[in-house]
Design a protein around this ligand. Structure first.
Ligand code: SF4
Length: 69
């Protein structure tokens, strides 16, 4: 089951089972993706669009954008 993180109308999904711990997210946007902290995704620290762009770079698909139907 993926966890959900909300930033305005953007819902970020994180599926821990898919995460390969490549740290692409933490290196690309360290103010938001903080694996050592809880919550580890701190959406308040950057803009929706910047976060969306970083989510799309996740190589494993662990991070994704929830599609609104
Ligand atoms: S970029 Fe994706 S696979 Fe890599 S650590 Fe972040 S969530 Fe996990």
């Amino acid at each position: 089951m993926a966890k959900e993180y909300q930033k305005e109308d953007l819902t970020i999904l994180w599926d821990s089972a898919k995460c390969t711990h490549s740290a692409v997210c933490a290196k690309g946007l360290p103010n938001v993706f903080k694996p050592r902290e809880r919550p580890w995704i701190q959406v308040e620290n950057d803009t929706k669009e910047t976060i969306r762009q970083q989510v799309l770079k996740c190589p494993s698909g662990a991070l994704s954008i929830k599609q609104v139907l």
